[in-house]
Design a protein around this ligand. Structure first.
Ligand SMILES: Cc1ncc(COP(=O)(O)O)c(C=O)c1O
Length: 397
């Protein structure tokens, strides 16, 4: 099927929830993807921070193929060895002591919200269920997670929303302190706001939030769906500081493209998720678990986090030079590891389309921010290509 036929088929049969670019991608390898006509693109979006090891990583692919011919799925009514090994590895690499598996970021956050409510109910009593979240946050598209999301545009038309959420500005600990009541059970926050425009936390923000949560006896939940699995130059972003959450959610890059979500927690909290309290048919099934295991083992064995720090610094340095060249186009540049946002003074949509014409895939976030989340295996030469294309695109203005 050629690209035009694919566009028509999508238009005719697929729900119109996405505004799609006129490209049909059919193959990927590393940082490159190809369309149906064989045109090559440099993918600096990586499925929005999903394919951290690049497209079709051989170790992940081999693990999936092998498992797919042995045992794809069994119910969580039985023990699943790769799931247990994956949970063990996630705990070894983080603060966590137990893991609940699901299929997406929204589901991981649903699980976190439900666990926090159960914890509040069991530990402090009925009605202790309110959760504080941040303006400009993004936590997913289910009813609970659009309610948690501090952006009106994802909530429009879906009222009534869930009861029990209070919103405060990001990076404002005093506002969180003022919003906590005797009904509050948790604070939910992204360590770096992704969809909100790659907004970095103030250096002491998470530590002060942690101290506040401890003082008031409430849970700190970190949404690391986008920041997790090496993206920011630490396996989880919280590891840049000494701040340890009570609950953490992960998905996106966890399976390097295979859908897997996870909610990690300390025992003292996870014990309130007893038998029958929550579940997922597919969560942590053998196929998903081997994909995630192979992904995380590769991140560990290939020292991907260290490479991300190095390549992230190289990219940021190149972008700063670009900003000097184009001060009338580029505003603030924010980045940590290979999670980068570039505020633009020209419409970001135009720039993303112009990049696409030059066979470069990039994204947008926030109000007018260009977003770069390339695979973490990107090489310096590919970063140079990215910078060269951005230069050509900006030169036209
Ligand atoms: C921080 C954060 N949380 C949650 C989600 C939702 O994840 P999913 O689309 O897998 O449900 C996203 C997706 O962009 C995200 O960036």
């Amino acid at each position: 099927m050629n690209s035009k036929e694919n566009f028509a088929l999508t238009e005719n049969y697929v729900a119109p929830t996405y505004k799609r670019f006129p490209v049909a991608l059919v193959r990927g390898e590393g940082v490159k993807v190809w369309d149906a006509e064989g045109n090559e693109y440099l993918d600096c979006l990586a499925g929005i921070a999903v394919c951290n090891l690049g497209h079709c990583h051989p170790r992940v692919g081999a693990a999936i193929v092998e498992q797919a011919t042995r045992l794809m799925h069994v119910s969580n009514l039985y023990h699943i060895e790769p799931q247990a090994r994956l949970a063990e590895l996630l705990c070894e690499l983080s603060f966590a002591e137990k893991v609940f598996f699901c299929n997406s970021g929204a589901e991981a956050n649903e699980a976190a919200i439900k666990l926090a409510r159960r914890y509040g109910h069991e530990v402090f009593g009925e009605g202790v269920k309110r959760i504080i979240t941040m303006h400009r946050s993004f936590h997913g598209r289910t009813m609970a997670t659009i309610t948690a999301t501090g952006q009106k545009k994802v909530q429009t038309g879906y009222q009534p929303l869930l009861d029990g959420f209070d919103y405060v500005p990001f990076n404002d600990v005093e506002a969180v302190a003022a919003a906590i009541t005797e009904k509050t059970c948790a604070v939910l926050v992204e360590p770096v706001q992704g969809e909100g425009g790659v907004i970095l936390p103030a250096p002491d923000y998470l530590a002060r939030l942690r101290a506040l949560c401890d003082e008031r006896g409430i849970l700190l939940i970190l949404d690391e769906v986008q920041t997790g699995i090496g993206r920011t130059g630490a396996f989880f972003a919280y590891q840049h500081s000494n701040v340890v959450p009570d609950i953490l959610t992960a998905a996106k890059a966890l399976g390097n493209g295979f859908p897997v979500g996870a909610m990690l927690a300390i025992d003292r909290v996870m014990r309130y998720f007893g038998p029958g309290t929550h579940g997922s048919t597919f969560g942590g099934n053998p196929l998903a678990s081997v994909a995630a295991l192979a992904t995380i083992e590769t991140v560990r064995d290939d020292k991907i986090v260290e490479k991300t720090v190095k390549n992230g610094a190289f990219l940021l340095a190149g972008l700063m030079q670009l900003k000097q060249k184009f001060p009338e186009i580029i505003g603030e540049i924010r980045g940590v590891g290979l999670m980068v946002g570039i505020d633009l003074k020209v419409p970001v949509g135009e720039v993303v389309s112009a990049c696409l014409e030059q066979h470069l895939l990039v994204g947008s976030a926030g109000d007018n921010t260009l977003r770069l989340t390339p695979p973490l295996i990107i090489e310096e030469a590919e970063i140079e290509t990215l910078l060269r294309i951005l230069t050509e695109v900006f030169r036209v203005y």
